[in-house]
Design a binder for this molecule. Sequence first.
Ligand SMILES: [Zn+2]
Length: 311
Amino acid sequence: MPDPLLLDDLLLSRTAIDRAAHRRADSDWQEVRRGDGETRVLWLAEGATGVTEAEGGVRLVFSSATDLPLGTDISFLGVDALDRAYFSAHLQDRSAAPIRADWKSLREVGRALSDIDAGLLVTAVALDNWRSATRCCAKCGGELTPRNAGWSLHCVVDEADHFPRTEPAVIVLVRDGQDRALLGRHINWPPGLVSTFAGFVEAGESAEAAVRRELTEETGVVIDDHLDAVQYLGSQPWPFPASLMLGYHAWASDTTIKVDETEIAEADWYSREELRAACAAGELKLPSAISISRRLIERWYGEELPADWSW
Ligand SMILES: [Zn+2]
């Protein structure tokens, strides 16, 4: 029976920042804020950012905006509840950042951050990955220059504007008539690691159609025709490099497994008792707490999964 409540507290969906998008084109306002000692700058380089250990977790390390080196490539992230402005700075080489910190990736520290730090870092990483992957105009190959406080790139040749890409992907936990869950192992994963099934939404396709197509392509299992057999449960940005994961539960009509062997090496149906026994024995490992896959499994399982069942 579908549970209509959406997943709450997805770790990378947390945020406590007002993006204040109307300020992106306001260069006067930005100049004032860049001269304000309260304004904070988050530094990104080589897929990592500066962090420090703090009581109960990890904190991002910011610099002031008043001593930004000339020509630093920055993006405006938003303002907090105290109206303090935040920018991200994008570097090739972390040694140029004016901070003293440990450098860690979002994957490493995402779950240990506060809501405000998590929201800031996810957005900054998404922008950083987009900028790294967008070196010239996709229409004419011309040179691009940042606009709108880092939220668009403008072609100096044909005046085309380019915006950060977000690529929708679906991820689904499928259940059968005995309320078992279908889990599988990607061909690139070592034996014992299993997860739910995921894939990109294709051009011209709805998310629900993508859920049905991906599942059957990868496992042979067919989802029931009824509309309610595919239930949306929430979304989480996954900026590695540019995905938005749309999470679902779905109910199968044909449970016969025939894996494609190009993406999925093996798949199986698990009752809660079978999953508990296999994980407790160390025979199976499940995705980490930062992933929406973990939360989809927990929703089915009925409670939070023990941390030592993770990859
Ligand atoms: Zn162009």
